[in-house]
Design a protein around this ligand. Structure first.
Ligand SMILES: NC(=O)c1ccc[n+]([C@@H]2O[C@H](COP(=O)([O-])OP(=O)(O)OC[C@H]3O[C@@H](n4cnc5c(N)ncnc54)[C@H](O)[C@@H]3O)[C@@H](O)[C@H]2O)c1
Ligand SMILES: O=P(O)(O)OC[C@H](O)CO
Length: 279
């Protein structure tokens, strides 16, 4: 399915009546976001609408992949994950082409979180560029974004290693460094002083990081994870914080460990695995 997450629940609720479950339908999802009201991953929406069995077999594709460049057959690689490894393999074989490689894995929670979270940090990197900062700042945003993504994902119950893959650092690098990214563009225009309302009205498409930031803020509060860049993007988008003030405050934070993975991990993932019958 290739639609924004906003309408997934509604569409899957309709689709489930048409699934011929005896023929092992292969459902492949490429969206990158978190449901606004519930902060649910797509896995949970699938379980709620189509049942746990369908969610366990669903495959998730994510990674550095601007649609335009795929269509132009430029060499591209992505991650494909499913709790059912044979289904990830099925999806990988189906999509495999001379210009498109799929690497399989079994951490769909990490793959989904990677795709959702990188959009928030792309807004941050775009904002830094829009403010006129250059290479050092962008490299800092990408690297600290990866550290935050890994901490949030680990606390959630995903594998920290997933964030080192194509769906994690690969897509983060792509979207934090290209004006072809909608999320980067939102950040860039914010950095230039435009209002969020004006940007979203004229963007011509949906930058999912804008709504995902709300869900991420709830998740980091619930998990008690330190993710200052994500929290700052929330304050800029929804709290009216001035971007230059935000950058200054981030830089003035007291020194801290470079990577401090949470000691206890997995609350939300445990709940989700239970719902999927995988506990
Ligand atoms: N564009 C990319 O390069 C790219 C790459 C990888 C992943 N993605 C992800 O794919 C998802 C979709 O992105 P996109 O670029 O195709 O967005 P898009 O806005 O270009 O297209 C979304 C599509 O969903 C349809 N749609 C909207 N509301 C609907 C509804 N209620 N019911 C049915 N269809 C509806 C729209 O008509 C449109 O065709 C996003 O989660 C995005 O992050 C995009
Ligand atoms: O245009 P964006 O920012 O939604 O990014 C598109 C894809 O996620 C790139 O992999």
């Amino acid at each position: 399915m290739l639609i924004g997450l906003l309408s997934y629940r509604e569409n899957l609720a309709k689709l489930q009546f048409h699934l011929d479950r005896d023929r092992r339908p292969l459902l492949i999802f490429v969206n990158k976001g978190i449901e606004i009201d519930t902060h649910a991953l797509t896995l949970e929406i699938i379980a709620d609408t189509c049942g746990a069995e369908v969610a366990r077999a669903a495959a998730f594709i994510s990674g550095p992949s601007f649609a335009k460049e795929i269509v132009e057959r430029q060499p591209t690689s992505v991650s494909v994950a499913s709790f059912t490894e044979s289904e990830a393999q099925r999806a990988a074989v189906l999509f495999h082409q001379p210009h498109f490689r799929c690497y399989t894995g079994n951490d769909p929670i990490g793959i989904e979180l990677s795709g959702a979270l990188k959009n928030v940090y792309a807004i941050a990197a775009g904002a830094a560029d829009g403010l006129g900062f250059e290479n050092n700042t962008r490299a800092m945003m990408i690297t600290r974004g990866l550290a935050e993504m890994t901490c949030i994902g680990t606390a959630y119950g995903a594998s920290p290693l997933t964030f080192l893959g194509l769906a994690g650092v690969g897509d983060l690098f792509l979207t934090c460094s290209s004006p072809n990214s909608r999320n980067y563009t939102v950040g860039f225009r914010l950095g230039k002083g435009e209002s969020l309302e004006s940007i979203t009205k004229t963007l011509g498409s949906v930058a999912e990081g804008v709504s995902t930031t709300k869900g991420v803020k709830v998740i980091i509060n619930e998990l008690d994870v330190q993710a200052p860049i994500a929290a700052t993007i929330y304050d800029v988008l929804y709290g009216g914080k001035n971007i230059l003030t935000a950058v200054r405050e981030l830089m003035e934070l007291p020194p801290s460990k470079e990577l401090d993975l949470p000691p206890t991990a997995g609350g939300p993932a445990k709940k989700l695995l239970k719902k999927l019958g995988l506990d």
